[in-house]
Every structure is written in structure tokens, then in C-alpha cells.
Design a protein around this ligand. Structure first.
Ligand code: AHR
Length: 500
């Protein structure tokens, strides 16, 4: 039996809602078909945005959406995506399937989508193949409230008032698809480009995201920060608000990603172990950030994360369309618990990607839509958004899995908001139920608010014909006595318990 001790009196940092963010790229069927179908589509839409998808996204309280890429961002020229749709330039999406991009979804459409979802905006600028002037003018176009060439152009295109840009990425993966730069070169470019990402409205300051590392490339983190903070104004606030990190989980590696739906127990544990590696990465990069920013004013933005498996058989390899099983639910649960526990440094994260690409929360096929197991985890975990992390510790937890792929049987995180404590626990075993005794130190006569679970066979998933094979259900195996809870957590499950 495992024990979970929660010290409800020891409230830590706030869990930034943006940790529960998402990412949408011009890639495969994420934007086109998945989110945007155009005003003339037979699929019910509001100003071109799919109604079913937007409604579902509102239910998980998406806090922030990153766009337009990804690798696409560093070859995107924003002026191609404004003005009358008939005259918008067509381009080749060289990264993703070589398909024609007709630019019918551009800045105005993205802002409309965020408004409908009710989320913050995270725009990723083009540093790799774009100019400083282009980036600077995009910011002026979106945010300047007055008379200027770009603000006038925006008005001419039908949007009188400026929009709010909450976050702005100064390039994406500039160590790779964003220009193959060295950390020192990018650091210098970051210094220059970010200078012209102007804050036209001090009340609505844009937060700037500097391109951080891939996986465990600590050399990049060190090189970029060293370059950026060498002879830089001391008050770096407003100079760099976030440093990003990208990390994807494959079954065996980049060349052997593995099937999303057909896998062995061994594959399951490999994926669990690789998901847990996020904790090591955050600690490693944070330690370097601490040297430059000991007060933790710069947030880590893990703005691409998730499982990356082989595409579904018969689909375009450049579209990265994959199914999503209970294994994905576990990876979401594990990762979000890790982010919660590092909420002093991790201030934003974006799952890759929102619809029809990689570890999506939603899949679509024509007019049909399904919510994936990952969706249901985000729905349960939404209660952590804006909560205070509570001190919690598991003891008596065995390891499960074979040899080098052993992982802890359980992972957890706990937060408190408005007097309600939310506990999320994952059972990483493929076969064994685990009993957990929870003590809520500092509380008396606890009452259960709700308890929910996402579980199923390790490889079960939702299809368009059977969309509710895996869903959020009531979790019954919980009893409450005083400030103690007894739980029986089945294998392959993500559980949420809320008490007050
Ligand atoms: O999410 C798919 C791709 O993965 C993104 O375009 C890129 O940033 C990353 O390598």
C-alpha cells in the first residue's frame, strides 16, 4: 500500500493556467479541416471555425494557443495571410507534405479563433527567414492603437481595434528548422529582433519567448543565455520573459517512433519512462537558468511536448496524424503532474498539437469529431489551473516494469483553489491496482466534491464509430474518513479527486 501525505498548510507557487496550453501549426489537418473549415462549409461553423471543435475546446478551458508553428513559423510571411482571401498568396508548405498553403487562415482568423475559444494568444514570429522589419511590422499591425502604416492596413482589412498579443515567440527551433544557428548566433539575433517587438501599450505588454533547447541540449541553453545576458540591460524583464524547451516522446527514438495503437507492455514502459524524463530536463535547464535568473523571473515555456508516433497507416506521412490511446492519457497525466510540481519555473506549456496532429485532444474526419483520452485528462486537470501547488509526497511506492524500464507505480500532484483541494494520481502499471491512503494534513472532516477517472485497456482508443470507448467516468473506489482518503486505483489510469 502507498501513502500520500498532503500538507495543505504549505501552499507553494501558483500553477500558471498557461501550463495547460496548446499548439496549432499549419501542418496536416490541424488548422484546415481540424479548426477551420471556412464560412461556406457544410460543417457547422462560426466565421469559418468549427463549432463542434470550439465548443469542446471551451470545455477544457484552453488558456493559451500557440500559432502558426513550429517549423512553419520560420518560413511564414504574415502579409501573405491578410486581406481579401481570393488575392492571398499561395505557397508551398515545404516542411509538411509539400502541400499548397492558400493562406486563407491568417492573423485575423487566428485572433477570431482565440476569441471564440476564450484563450490567450501566443504568436510565433519568423526569425529564420524573415526580416526584423517584417517581425516588427507584424507586431505593429496587431497591437498598435493609433495612426500608422500597419495599424491603417489592419483597419482597411476590417479590424479597427488592435488585438492583444499575450506572448510572442522570437523564432522557433532556431538550432534546427529555424535556421540551423549556433547558440551564440541565435543569442545575438534574439537580442536584435526582440528590440523591435515593441510594446505599444504598456498596460498590455507582450511577453517575449526566446528559443530554448531541444531535449537535453544544455549547451544551447547555456550559449543563448550567456550571449543574451552579456552586456545586456540589467532589468531583463521585458527583454526575455520566457525560454522555451521542446521535448517529444518516441517509443525507441526518432527513427523508430513506434505505432500509436499497437504496442507491447515493454513499449508501454519505455514510453512511461521517457515521459518521466521531462522532470530531469526541467531540472537540468532550470539549473542553468538559475545562474542567470536566480529569482526565476524568466518562465520556462515547454511549448512543444507530447507523444510522437508513426502516422496512422494509409495517411500522408507529412501530416503526422496519429491515434491516441490510454497510454497517451497516462503520458499527459504524468507530464502535467511534473509541470505542476515545477510551477516555480514552468510558466507555460503547449501540447503538440491541438487537433489531428501528434498527441491531439481532438480528432476529426469530415463532419465527425472525437475527443481523445488525452482530452479527458485535460478536462480533469483543468481544476489545477491557477491553483496553489501544495506540498505532497508519496511513500511506499514500488517500481513497476522490466529492468532498465522500471518506473514508479504512481505519480501525483496536488493543488488548492477556492478552498477545494485537487489531487491527480496516475497508475503507471499495466496490470496492478494500487491502494493509496491519503492524509490531508491541516484539514478536518473532509468532504468529497468529485472524483473522476480515465482508464481502460492500455491500447484502447476512441474511433469515429465508437467515440466513447475511453472517457471520463465517476471514480467510485474512494472512501473518506476525517482527513483520510482510501483509494483503490486501477492499472492504466489517471484519477482526479477533489475534496474540501
Ligand atoms: O510539432 C511538429 C514539429 O516538431 C514542429 O513544427 C517543430 O517545431 C518540431 O520539431
Amino acid at each position: 500500500m502507498a501513502r500520500l501525505l498532503v500538507n495543505t498548510k504549505n501552499k507553494k507557487e501558483t500553477i500558471a493556467p498557461e501550463i495547460y496550453g496548446h499548439f496549432s501549426e499549419h501542418l496536416g489537418r490541424c488548422i484546415y479541416e481540424g479548426l477551420y473549415v471556412g464560412e461556406n462549409s457544410d460543417i457547422p461553423n462560426v466565421n469559418g471555425m468549427r463549432k463542434d471543435v470550439v465548443d469542446a475546446l471551451r470545455e477544457i478551458q484552453v488558456p493559451v494557443l500557440r500559432w502558426p508553428g513550429g517549423c512553419f513559423a520560420d518560413e511564414y510571411h504574415w502579409k501573405d495571410g491578410i486581406g481579401p482571401k481570393e488575392t492571398r498568396k499561395k505557397m508551398i508548405n515545404t516542411h509538411w507534405g509539400g502541400v499548397t498553403e492558400d493562406n486563407s487562415f491568417g492573423t485575423h482568423e487566428f485572433m477570431e479563433l482565440c476569441e471564440q475559444i476564450g484563450c490567450k494568444t501566443y504568436i510565433n514570429g519568423n526569425l529564420g527567414s524573415g526580416t526584423v522589419q517584417e517581425m516588427s511590422e507584424w507586431v505593429e499591425y496587431m497591437t498598435f492603437n493609433g495612426m500608422s502604416p500597419m495599424a491603417d492596413l489592419r483597419k482597411k482589412n476590417g479590424h479597427e481595434k488592435p488585438w492583444k498579443v499575450d506572448f510572442f515567440g522570437v523564432g522557433n527551433e532556431n538550432w534546427g528548422c529555424g535556421g540551423n544557428m549556433t547558440p551564440e548566433h541565435y543569442g545575438n539575433e534574439y537580442r536584435r529582433y526582440q528590440t523591435y517587438v515593441r510594446n505599444y501599450d504598456a498596460e498590455r505588454a507582450i511577453q517575449k519567448v526566446c528559443c530554448g533547447s531541444n531535449v537535453d541540449d544544455y549547451h544551447w541553453t547555456e550559449g543563448v543565455l550567456k550571449t543574451c545576458f552579456d552586456h545586456t540591460p540589467e532589468q531583463f524583464h521585458g527583454f526575455m520573459d520566457f525560454l522555451s524547451l521542446h521535448y517529444y516522446v518516441f517509443t525507441d527514438g526518432w527513427d523508430k517512433k513506434g505505432s500509436a495503437t499497437q504496442f507491447t507492455d515493454l513499449d508501454w514502459f519505455k514510453v512511461m519512462k521517457r515521459a518521466l524524463y521531462m522532470d530531469t530536463l526541467i531540472k537540468g535547464h532550470s539549473a542553468i537558468m538559475d545562474q542567470y535568473d536566480p529569482e526565476k523571473k524568466i518562465g520556462m515555456s515547454v511549448d512543444e511536448w507530447g507523444n510522437w508516433f508513426d502516422v496512422e497507416p494509409g495517411t500522408n506521412p507529412g501530416f503526422l496524424y496519429q491515434q491516441n490511446t490510454v497510454r497517451d492519457a497516462l503520458v499527459a497525466g504524468i507530464t502535467l503532474n511534473i509541470f505542476n510540481k515545477h510551477c516555480d519555473r514552468v510558466k507555460m506549456a503547449c501540447l503538440a498539437q491541438m487537433v489531428n496532429v501528434l498527441q491531439s485532444v481532438i480528432l476529426t474526419e469530415g463532419p465527425k469529431m472525437v475527443k481523445t483520452p488525452t482530452y479527458h485528462v485535460f478536462h480533469m486537470y483543468r481544476h489545477h489551473q491557477g491553483g496553489k501547488l501544495l506540498d505532497s509526497a508519496l511513500t511506499g511506492v514500488n517500481e513497476v516494469g522490466p529492468d532498465e524500464w522500471k518506473v514508479p507505480h504512481l505519480t501525483e500532484s496536488v493543488s488548492e483553489k477556492d478552498g477545494v483541494v485537487t489531487i491527480t494520481i496516475n497508475n503507471l502499471s499495466v496490470s496492478d491496482t494500487e491502494n493509496v491512503e491519503v492524509t490531508l494534513d491541516g484539514m478536518e472532516n473532509v468532504t468529497l466534491v468529485e472524483a473522476n477517472i480515465v482508464t481502460g485497456a492500455k491500447d484502447s482508443y476512441n474511433t469515429f464509430d465508437n467515440p466513447e470507448q475511453v472517457k471520463e467516468e465517476k471514480f467510485e473506489a474512494v472512501t473518506v474518513a476525517g482527513n483520510q482518503l482510501s483509494l483503490q486505483i486501477p492499472p492504466c489510469s489517471v484519477v482526479e479527486i477533489r475534496v474540501k
